[in-house]
Design a protein around this ligand. Structure first.
Ligand SMILES: [Zn+2]
Length: 384
C-alpha cells in the first residue's frame, strides 16, 4: 500500500503510479476540490467521465457542517458523497487562517470563530487527525500553519518550527494504518527556511510530502524557485503535492519541476464566473464574441459540453443565468486540466516533454512566455 512507482521521467518531471486503499492513481494529476463534500455542481458520474482520480475534501467545512460523525456514519467521504474513488483531506488549518476567522494561534493550536454560527472552536493537531480519521480519506494532511505573504523571516521560522512540533503530535495520535499522512514543507519563499523545514521533516519518512506556504500572494518569480528548491530537496521515491495550485501554466511548470499532485478550486470557480480554459488562454463567455460563435469551446476537447454545445449556446446560458451554464463550464475546465496532465504524462513517456511544454506555452501566453515559466522549464530540464 502507498507504493509510488516511477514509470518514466524527463529531467525532474516524472510519470508514476501511487497505490491507495481505494485504487491506484497515475501522476502527475490534478485533484478537484470538493469543499463541502461536493465538487460544486458536478456529480460523481461526471467526475469519473472527465478523468478525475482523487477528490479533495475540506476538514474545516465538514467538521462544522454536517460534522465528521455524520460523514463517518456513511463510512466516510466515499459513502457520504457517493464518489467511490480515492480522497485526500486537508488539515483544516489553512482554511481557518485563509478565511480570516482565526482568533489566536498558540503552541496548543488555533482558536477560530465558526463562519456558520459564530461559536469559538479549537482546532489542534490532535483534533485535526481525529476529524480526518472520521472523514476517512486515503491521504490526510498534517496540521500546519501557512504563514501569510509577506511575513518576517522570524515569524516564518518560528511558524515552521511549530509546524514540525505539530507534526509530531499528529503522528502520535494517528491510529489508522489505511491512511497516508503527508507532512507539509513550509518556509515561504526563503531558501534557508525551506532547507530548515526539509531538514526537520525528512526524518519522519512519510508516504509522501506536501509543499505548502506558496500561492498565497507572492509573485510567480518567487514561488517557482521555492517549488524548485523544495522538489530538489525531497526524496525521488515519494509523491510530492503542491498545495492549492492549479492554473494551467502552474501545472505545466510544476510538473517540469517534479511535482506529482495539484489541487485548486480554480477550474470550477472560474467556470462559475463564466470562463472556459483552452490552449489559447481563457475565453470569457460573458464577452460579446462567443455569443455568435457556432463552434464548441475547444474542438479537441472530448468533454460533454464540447461534444454537444456551441459557444453561442453556452454564452446564452451564462447570460441568462441558467444553472447549466456554470455547470458545463466547470465540467469543461476540469476536463481541460485533467487532459493537460494526461498530455504531460504522454510527453514525459515519449521523451518529448520539454518541447511539448514550450509549444504549449507559445500558444497559451498571448503576450509572450514569461521569464518565470521559461526558468522553471529550464531548471526542471537541466537539474534533474
Ligand atoms: Zn470541453
Amino acid at each position: 500500500m502507498f507504493e509510488f512507482d516511477i514509470q518514466a521521467s524527463a529531467g525532474r518531471a516524472r510519470v508514476a503510479s501511487f497505490t491507495t486503499p481505494r485504487g491506484r492513481v497515475t501522476t502527475p494529476m490534478f485533484m478537484p476540490v470538493g469543499t463541502q463534500g461536493t465538487v460544486k455542481g458536478i456529480s460523481p458520474d461526471e467526475l469519473h467521465a472527465v478523468g478525475s482520480q482523487m477528490i479533495l475534501g475540506n476538514t474545516y467545512h465538514l467538521m462544522l457542517r454536517p460534522g465528521e460523525a455524520m460523514v463517518a456514519a456513511h463510512g466516510g467521504l466515499p459513502g457520504f458523497t457517493a464518489y467511490p474513488g480515492p480522497f485526500l483531506t486537508d488539515s483544516g488549518g489553512f482554511q481557518v487562517m485563509s478565511l480570516g476567522h482565526m482568533r489566536r494561534i498558540t503552541e496548543e493550536g488555533v482558536v477560530f470563530k465558526s463562519h456558520l454560527d459564530g461559536s469559538l472552536i479549537n482546532l489542534t493537531p490532535e483534533r485535526s487527525i481525529q476529524v480526518q480519521e472520521a472523514l476517512g480519506a486515503d491521504i490526510i494532511m498534517a496540521f500546519d500553519e501557512c504563514p501569510p505573504y509577506p511575513a518576517t523571516t522570524e515569524y516564518v521560522k518560528a511558524s515552521l518550527e511549530r509546524t514540525v512540533r505539530w507534526l509530531e503530535r499528529c503522528l502520535n495520535v494517528k491510529s489508522r494504518q489505511d491512511q497516508a499522512l503527508f507532512p507539509i514543507i513550509q518556509g515561504g519563499t526563503d531558501e534557508t527556511l525551506r532547507a530548515l523545514s526539509l531538514e526537520l521533516t525528512l526524518p519522519v519518512d512519510p508516504h509522501g510530502f506536501a509543499i505548502g506556504g506558496l500561492a498565497v500572494g507572492e509573485p510567480k518569480t518567487e514561488m517557482f524557485p521555492a517549488v524548485a528548491f523544495s522538489t530538489a530537496g525531497l526524496p525521488e521515491n515519494k509523491p510530492r503535492y503542491l498545495m492549492g495550485v492549479g492554473h494551467p501554466e502552474d501545472l505545466v511548470a510544476g510538473i517540469a519541476l517534479g511535482v506529482d499532485m495539484f489541487d485548486c478550486v480554480y477550474p470550477t470557480r472560474t467556470g462559475r464566473f463564466g470562463y472556459a480554459l483552452t490552449d489559447q488562454g481563457r475565453i470569457n463567455m460573458n464577452s460579446s464574441a462567443p455569443r455568435t460563435q457556432l463552434q464548441p469551446i475547444d474542438e479537441s476537447c472530448d468533454c460533454y459540453a464540447c461534444r454537444h454545445y456551441t459557444r453561442a449556446y453556452l454564452a446564452h446560458l451564462v447570460r441568462a443565468e441558467e444553472m447549466l451554464g456554470p455547470r458545463m463550464l466547470s465540467l469543461h475546465n476540469l476536463r481541460y486540466l485533467h487532459r493537460l496532465t494526461e498530455r504531460a504524462r504522454d510527453a514525459i513517456s515519449n521523451g518529448t516533454f520539454h518541447s511539448w511544454a514550450r509549444a504549449w506555452a507559445d500558444g497559451y501566453f498571448k503576450n509572450g512566455v514569461p521569464e518565470w515559466f521559461s526558468q522553471a522549464l529550464h531548471t526542471g530540464e537541466t537539474a534533474a
